[in-house]
Design a binder for this molecule. Structure first.
Ligand code: SAH
Ligand code: SF4
Ligand code: F3S
Length: 521
């Protein structure tokens, strides 16, 4: 709890016991004590991470039957919803689906918590600090709930899939109305109804994934770039990672459904699509047909859409067919995010990554041969249990050898119920922090070096809109995912235009419009 929230809490506690707030608090407590205990003993099913770990053979059913139940149709008319999103692109996209469901019920979106009738926190469980941020926010929202008992406060996303989180909310944050997980967002209308009209906290978390529901509505953020799920879940079970428990087993969407969605986005004028999955290179393995990510990309190549990316790649499943298709260029971008996690084979083994340092470097060699211009970026974990100084040196040398142009770097964070969390760890936190700092310095330098090579070059920029830091400047990305800021009229937003790079910074490039081409556009 931060200083501000602490102050808010003490204000609530010091209020007159007869005040409206206190009465509301009593009502909420009442709701969650007697009735809830009864419910807890009879109906409550906590999420079970052991169940979540079990993979069943049965094929996932694909359903096209989503609809808003009659009694919830237009139930949001005159009301507002707000969704706060934490975590990865998968969560960002789930938020777009939930926003689509809200809007199909007649709700409008708001970014003002005071105006909202429903607030959902779409949470991430990947590291402890991600979870702490959410618990901080829950504390922050409590006064709102006290002021307005009709407000529906819900927690969804990956944290909801954890037993310990749900139990903590039950014990410490009983004013939460609704908890649901990642496998049942299509039930949002029913869950909202239960939360609004029922007496108890509604908890609906499925430990096992369900079917793939194809016709969910989506309210996409923006009309230039779009996300498209190609698969759900992860079967890799890296020993440090919680995702296989929170997202269930790997399930690929049918190629025809993906192709249709991408075609539709192209027809609507979108300029870039990012295909999403936790391990996109495993795409198709669970389907009855011989078909992988390379085959899918080859079909998508013919769609009239300027840019197609995918994330995230796992080195183990990255095959030659995919490299061959990417090398054809066109709308296939030669920026590959290829998380390595560690440069030491022993650490990779304990992490359960299923490749060695040498195999990773061999894959990088193949990619570079087929796509000499390719930009490589990565994810790295520092301070895995008992990582030695020498093992860390291997990570540094690999980063230098590959020449990653960007890396997301993390200090290892133990996650409940994962194998690594049970490992004894003798490395002090100060040492881990020092390693992270050293790594970041090298990564930043490599990023700055890569940027400096663009000075004087003309690059194609997909213009997204005003820069976040300066409304007088427009911002967009190159094919290789470099952020470019430049001055230009708003009319170029949504276009891909040539920009001359004037100055390179560590994380971005400053450019100027190449005038003649814009007139042609
Ligand atoms: N599916 C992707 C990664 C998803 S999570 C992949 O396999 O590459 C994003 C990143 O978070 C991971 O690449 C890893 O670097 C980091 N991460 C995952 N679990 C972590 C943990 N317990 N502690 C620290 N970092 C972690
Ligand atoms: Fe986690 Fe590994 Fe799956 Fe990535 S591949 S989501 S790191 S288990
Ligand atoms: Fe976080 Fe879940 Fe994504 S744990 S990183 S939101 S899959």
């Amino acid at each position: 709890m931060n200083e501000e929230q602490r102050k808010e809490m003490s204000q609530i506690q010091s209020k007159d016991p007869n005040s409206a707030d206190q009465n509301n608090l009593n009502r909420i407590k009442q709701k969650t004590s007697d009735d809830f205990m009864k419910y807890f003993e009879t109906t409550y099913q906590p999420p079970n991470m052991r169940d979540a770990q079990r993979r069943k053979k049965k094929d996932t059913d694909v359903l096209y039957d989503f609809s808003i139940p009659e009694d919830m149709d237009q139930s949001g008319s005159g009301k507002k919803y707000m969704i706060r999103t934490y975590g990865c692109q998968m969560n960002e996209h789930d938020t777009e689906v939930m926003a689509g469901i809200f809007e199909a019920m007649g709700y409008e979106s708001t970014s003002n918590t005071k105006e909202a009738d429903v607030i959902l926190l779409n949470t991430c469980a990947i590291r402890e600090n991600a979870e702490n941020r959410v618990f901080g926010e829950i504390g922050h929202l409590k006064p709102l709930k006290l002021e307005n008992p009709n407000l529906v406060l819900g927690i969804c996303g990956c944290m909801s899939q954890e037993e310990s989180v749900v139990n903590r909310i039950l014990k410490k944050h009983p004013f939460i109305d609704l908890i649901f997980g990642t496998h049942n967002i299509h039930r949002l209308p029913q869950l909202l109804k239960e939360a609004m009209f029922g007496k108890e906290m509604v908890i609906d978390v499925w430990s096992k994934e369900g079917d793939i529901i194809e016709n969910l509505p989506r309210s996409r953020k923006g009309n230039i770039k779009a996300w498209v799920n190609i698969m759900y879940g992860c079967d890799k079970f890296c020993t440090y990672c919680i995702v296989p428990y929170t997202r269930g087993k790997e399930r690929s969407r049918m190629p025809k459904d993906i192709i249709q969605e991408v075609r539709h986005l192209a027809a609507q004028g979108y300029k870039e699509v990012t295909l999403l999955g936790q391990n996109v290179n495993a795409y198709g393995k669970d389907l009855d047909i011989e078909y992988g990510l390379g085959d899918l990309m080859d079909e998508l190549r013919s769609i009239d859409l300027p840019r197609i990316r995918f994330t995230t790649s796992h080195p183990r499943d990255f095959d030659d067919r995919l490299i061959e298709v990417l090398a054809k260029g066109g709308n296939m971008l030669d920026h590959i995010h290829l998380p390595v996690q560690s440069g030491n084979t022993d650490v990779l083994k304990i992490m359960g990554r299923k490749y060695s340092r040498e195999e990773y470097l061999e894959l990088v060699g193949k990619i570079r041969t087929a796509m000499p211009e390719a930009t490589l970026t990565t994810d790295i974990i520092v301070g895995f249990p008992n990582e030695t100084a020498e093992q860390f040196e291997d990570t540094i040398s690999l980063v230098e050898e590959v020449g990653f142009e960007h890396a997301y770097t993390f200090i290892y964070s133990p996650r409940d119920n994962t194998p690594a969390a049970k490992m004894k760890d003798n490395i002090p936190m100060d040492e881990k922090k020092a390693r992270l700092q050293r790594l970041n310095k090298i990564v930043n330098q490599q990023s700055a070096d890569a940027m400096s090579q663009y000075e004087g070059e003309i690059v194609d920029v997909l213009v997204e809109g005003e820069s976040k830091n300066n409304p007088d400047v427009l911002a967009g990305y190159t094919k290789r995912n470099k952020l470019v800021n430049f001055r230009a009229p708003d009319s170029v937003i949504g276009q891909i235009i040539p920009v001359k790079i004037i100055k390179a910074k560590t994380w971005s490039l400053d450019g100027e419009l190449v005038q003649e081409k814009v007139e042609v556009n």
